[in-house]
Design a protein around this ligand. Structure first.
Ligand code: KIV
Length: 275
């Protein structure tokens, strides 16, 4: 069973941390089989699995269903549940209650975006209550409307120092690691080099302590858009499209089902069949 200690252990051993997202039982199962270090049930599922316009709409109660499925598929994995937009921003009690829902659904930890006085208090309270927290800085999708779009962060020394200062606050509050999203590789390296906890990059270059990507993106399954930082390891969309087309043709031409996929009576059963 993987635990939160794995993150620091991998960083200390200079071994990169490989994380992926999962939203369902069968994907979680194959991710665990492949030996991925930890799984994130990301709120990206709002767009990727539910087809919502953005990630703002998903609720903690909806997330719980996906966390349950992933924890069933990957019972030995370290599973981080994303806390959806406004499921932790009203007050500490609300944040703790929703964090506890994620853990009861099977998560080992939660992820929160941003850093301010309130978030730091919430992180401390979660950690004191036994809920490990993964931070998330740089581009934080839940703040997209205030940031003003998908903007690369940390492009100047001042911006990078500010992200580092926030990452150090997250570390002091008790985060076991921090996601760094959408920033120049040099900035992410500088931040990583000045932290004790590991950094997990997404669109943040090769020098973070680990990487995370959306599984549906790297498998070529989600095709609505493809961020620059995504490398496609497979083209599932076209494989699925071709297979479904073949199935359709075989149904139309009576090639499916064949005898192999059918059940037949033996002669005795056939004699008794009164139809
Ligand atoms: O929601 C998500 O999938 C994320 C990323 C860091 C992959 O937050």
């Amino acid at each position: 069973m993987k635990t939160v200690n794995l993150f620091q252990k991998l960083k200390d051993n200079n071994e990169k941390i490989a994380m992926l997202t999962a939203y369902d039982y069968s994907t979680a199962k194959v991710i665990e089989e492949a030996g991925i270090d930890a799984i994130l049930v990301g709120d990206s599922l709002a767009m990727v699995a539910l087809g919502y316009r953005d990630t703002y709409i998903i609720t903690a109660d909806e997330m719980k269903i996906f966390v349950k499925a992933v924890s069933k598929g990957a019972p030995n994995s370290f599973i981080v549940a994303d806390m959806p937009f406004m499921s932790y921003n009203i007050n500490v009690e609300q944040g703790l209650e929703n964090a506890s829902k994620m853990v009861k659904a099977g998560a080992s930890a939660i992820k929160l975006e941003g850093c301010n006085k309130y978030i730091l208090t919430l992180i401390q309270r979660c950690v004191e209550s036994g809920i490990p927290v993964l931070g998330h800085l740089g581009f934080t999708p839940q703040l997209m409307n205030t940031i003003g779009g998908h903007k690369i962060q940390g492009k100047t020394a001042e911006m990078t120092e500010e992200i580092l200062a926030n990452a150090q606050k997250l570390e002091a509050a008790g985060c076991f690691a921090v996601v760094l999203e959408l920033m120049p590789a040099e900035s992410a390296k500088y931040i990583t080099d000045n932290l004790n906890i590991p950094t997990i990059g997404i669109g943040a270059g090769a020098d973070c302590s680990g990487q995370i990507v959306v599984t549906d993106d790297i498998l070529g399954k989600f095709t609505d858009f493809k961020p620059k930082f995504v490398k496609k390891y497979a083209d599932l969309h076209n494989i699925v499209l071709e297979s479904i087309g073949q199935y359709k043709n075989e149904v139309k031409t009576l090639a499916f089902p064949s005898l192999e996929e059918s059940f037949e009576l033996n002669s005795e059963e056939r004699d008794k069949l009164d139809i």
